[in-house]
Design a protein. Structure first.
Length: 359
């Protein structure tokens, strides 16, 4: 079991800077790639939604069919370095120390190149401190870090709304990882997507909630969220009701957060999670992201609650269980979840900061 230290909540979020050294494979990759013109490095944290997003109103601009509310997680993050290199002929990407297919990255980098009026290819080096593609929102932290690093490397100065709109085009949940603490993503109505961005609701240190992540499987999920959302949108009878009632859930969550009412936040969190998984299960063919340990951990959270602990679960498009804890209860929750059969590892995390440049 690995317990990560609690976060950087004593560091002013807007000015948060760390210096971090690249891993050995990363250093080798960078040495191999040479030139350092137009270079920037950024860190963005993963997030989990308390009120869930599932479904797109526009696939090309990646516009969500519903808004969402999330918490940014201090303990799970991506560090990304981008170098626009005049000598490079193709984009090259190293993910967690291994060269990887650049297609999805190139599409995203094209947005940045177009905006900056450059056509240099890029070297991207990205490292996650947690399992990739396994329902821990690596695409959220990954595309948020890429948006910030790539725009800076291209010489662009973008505010957090513009960065959130850019990150959204890589992954819907990435729009939220530009911001820290408790965050709301707006669905927006405009066809051009300029009103579909995330905004902070509360800073990380205003309400120091904690999250215990119970990892039950580190494998890559079978149906990625884009494909899953597309089938739910066309092949679930529940989808219209999901979209219709989203605003009511968001309004309830906003007011529960404004009141710092942990019970109301927790109840809505479990409700939105189970409703989203109900939608997934009702899709033809059904999307089943849980395994036996996922279900056992959900029951364990409910048992802890019956025993008096303030804790509620949520689960994304994967088998990991995240337990939202009122301040001061994460150690007890992590100790209990670590004993659940099939839970491989638990991590405790505080709420994390907005994405930031790394010197
Ligand atoms: O951002 P995407 O395309 O990975 O979709 C995320 C969808 C969920 O994680 C299941 C829910 C959410 O709001 O983050």
């Amino acid at each position: 079991m690995l317990h990560l230290a609690h976060g950087l909540t004593d560091v002013p979020i807007a000015h948060n800077r760390v210096s971090c050294r690249a891993s050995k494979p990363t250093q080798r990759f960078l040495a191999m790639m040479g030139s350092n013109s137009g270079r920037a490095r950024a860190r963005a944290h993963s997030n989990i939604a308390l009120v869930k997003y599932w479904g797109k109103r526009d696939a090309v601009l990646n516009l969500p069919a519903v808004g969402s509310i999330s918490v940014t997680l201090d303990g799970l993050y991506t560090d990304t370095e981008v170098i626009f290199d005049a000598k490079a002929t193709i984009d090259r990407v190293a993910l967690n120390g291994a060269q990887t297919d650049p297609t999805r990255f190139s599409r995203f980098l094209d947005l940045v190149r177009r905006r900056a009026g450059i056509d240099k290819r890029a070297i991207v080096v990205s490292d996650n401190n947690f399992p990739t593609g396994a329902g821990l929102a690596s695409s959220a932290s990954g595309f948020a870090a890429l948006a910030l690093a790539a725009s800076a490397a291209a010489g662009l100065t973008m505010n957090s709304r513009e960065l959130s709109i850019l990150a959204r085009q890589g992954s819907g949940s990435a729009a939220r990882s530009i911001l820290g603490g408790l965050v709301e993503m707006h669905r927006g109505d405009a066809d051009n997507g300029l009103d579909a961005y995330a905004e902070p609701i509360l800073d990380a240190d205003t309400w120091p909630l904690e999250v215990v992540v119970a990892i039950t499987d580190t494998g890559v999920k079978s149906v990625d969220s884009t494909a899953g959302m597309q089938s739910s949108g066309t092949a679930s009878d529940f989808y219209p009701a999901w979209v219709e009632h989203a605003e009511r859930d968001l309004a309830g969550m906003r007011s529960a957060i404004a009141d710092r009412d942990f019970t109301a936040v927790g109840e809505l969190t479990e409700y939105s999670c189970l409703k989203m998984h109900g939608l997934m299960l009702s899709t033809r063919p059904g999307l089943i992201y849980w395994n036996a340990a996922t279900v056992a951990a959900m029951h364990a959270v409910r048992k802890l609650r019956a025993d008096g602990l303030p804790v509620y679960f949520t689960i994304d498009a994967g088998p990991q269980v995240k337990a939202l804890c009122a301040p001061g209860h994460a150690d007890a929750v992590a100790a209990a979840l670590a004993k659940v059969p099939g839970v491989l590892e638990t991590r405790i995390t505080a709420l994390g900061p907005a994405a930031f440049r790394v010197e």
